[in-house]
Write a protein that binds this ligand. Structure first.
Ligand code: HEC
Ligand code: HEC
Length: 410
């Protein structure tokens, strides 16, 4: 930062026209659009200079496909009408925080940057792959060393902002999206900046030496200073902008919702669905009392994020840990299911709810039958297949191909 100021002043004195552009750009970014005294004096001091032929080299433009003068829209995405007050009430964006195009753009670069791992081998996106709804395609992910694996299955990231408690990881151990962002970085298996490797401050030193981060942190925060809080903030902005609202279910539900106005009746026949998908929808949405399978009570439409008050789903007898589920949007793109990736097909998942739920202190009462024992749904083979086909309608090809969430590196 200090070096930059000195060289800037030298350039201005030398009268180079592209120094004007650079200094104006920096002053704009520094104050979020207004002008500063420093910026004005630079402008007036350089009115008589000779234009130089080439623009300043931008490190961001050199290493990424991002055009900082035409940023993608993260701050104000167009959402379906049913993303109304009842959905916004679930938003875990902390009070006083916001999502800006600049902040989320920095977050996107950080998310895809292998420099975030100690040996340059993995980025966040190595385990959270857009094509799989930001899940990994294997049961356990490979860490930076290529030899060690995570002990939990990776999680899809769509709609994490609508998990109202904001707690992250399967066992909810990270307090917020922001707090979570440091954990893979300092993890001894995932990205390798553990205490022995110098921790977060060693990573910050590395990033401070990369010219594109000088530009991007200035763009996002008004100065090139890199701190853990800024890294967390930028990554969280990018992740919270990952809203999945364009699945086939969404397309069909939009029509019904518009027709019904504000009446959120989720249990209606949808056009464009096959009979099997529609039977699955009915089972998913209807409570067990109404001879459904009761799934929507916990995996709540339209975001399909877990309901805030949910407890665990009885994978193991005697379970005490309260697990959460990622949104079921794009669940059909995952290759392993549940916190330990124990199931490899959605049919296995449905069979768990049909016949496998185990009792334990963490089991949610919604998964108990009238006697208080774990539920046994007794679904027919056709109904089990219908539930699987319904879940496949939650795949969102727009989301997994959205260039705003893609790898920006050249
Ligand atoms: C080596 C693979 C790997 C890397 C690299 C990785 N993750 Fe993850 N991620 C996982 C696994 C595995 C989990 C689930 C871990 C758990 O719950 O114990 C997870 C969980 C998460 C969650 C929790 C989602 C939820 O709904 O609770 C978020 C958010 C997340 N990762 C973001 C990131 C970010 C940001 C980065 C980069 C800074 C990153 N991950 C790097 C494997 C990885
Ligand atoms: C009591 C709340 C509850 C109900 C009811 C419920 N689930 Fe779940 N579901 C969960 C929890 C909690 C998890 C995560 C469990 C874990 O990994 O430890 C989960 C996980 C899943 C997953 C795996 C997600 C992933 O990313 O791996 C699928 C798929 C799923 N549920 C589908 C269903 C279906 C279908 C039904 C209805 C038959 C249903 N759920 C009913 C709470 C519930």
């Amino acid at each position: 930062m200090l070096m930059k100021k000195v060289s800037l002043r030298r350039l201005v004195k030398a009268g180079s026209a592209w120094a004007i552009g650079l200094s104006l750009g920096l002053s704009l970014a520094a104050c979020g659009g207004g002008s500063t005294t420093a910026g004005q004096s630079v402008t007036s001091a350089t009115t008589t200079t000779i234009p130089s032929p080439s623009p300043p080299p931008s490190a961001v433009a050199t290493v990424t496909t991002i055009d900082v003068n035409a940023l993608a829209n993260y701050a104000a995405p167009t959402l379906p009408a049913y993303y109304d007050g009842s959905v916004r009430a679930l938003d875990n964006l902390p009070a006083g925080s916001s999502i800006t195009d600049r902040g989320a753009t920095l977050g996107r670069v950080l998310f895809y940057d292998k420099q975030l791992s100690i040996n340059g081998a993995v980025s966040c996106a190595s385990c959270h792959r857009q094509a799989f709804g930001f899940d990994d395609a294997v049961r356990f992910s490979t860490g930076f060393a290529g030899t060690a694996f995570t002990t939990a299955h990776a999680m899809r990231l769509g709609n994490i902002r609508y998990w109202q408690p904001g707690t992250m990881f399967w066992d909810r151990r990270a307090a917020s999206v922001e707090a979570q962002a440091s954990q893979p970085i300092i993890h001894p298996v995932e990205m390798g900046w553990d205490t022995a490797a110098g921790g977060m401050s060693a990573l910050i030193s590395r990033l401070q030496g990369l010219a594109y981060y000088q530009e991007l942190f200035t763009l996002a925060f008004g100065s090139a200073t890199i701190t853990e809080a800024r890294i967390q903030d930028a990554l969280a902005q990018f992740e919270r902008s990952m809203i999945s609202s364009s699945s086939r279910w969404d397309t069909a539900y939009t029509q019904v919702f518009n027709a019904n106005g504000p009446n959120r009746n989720l249990n209606v026949t949808l056009s464009g669905f096959t009979a099997q998908e529609d039977r699955g929808r009915q089972l998913f949405m209807t409570g067990q009392g109404g001879s459904g399978a009761g799934c929507a009570a916990c995996h709540v439409p339209p975001t399909f994020v877990l309901a805030s008050g949910s407890r665990s789903n009885g994978l193991d007898a005697g379970e005490r840990t309260l697990f959460k589920s990622p949104s079921l949007k794009n669940v059909g793109l995952s290759k392993a299911f549940m916190h330990d990736g124990r199931f490899s097909t959605l049919a296995d998942v449905v069979e768990h709810y049909n016949s496998g739920v185990q009792d334990g202190p963490a089991l949610d009462n919604r998964l108990r039958g009238p006697s208080g024992a774990p539920q046994r749904l007794g679904l027919s083979a056709a109904d089990k297949a219908a539930l699987v086909s319904f879940m496949l309608t939650l795949n969102d090809t727009t989301f997994v191909n959205d260039p705003r969430f893609s790898n920006p590196f050249r």
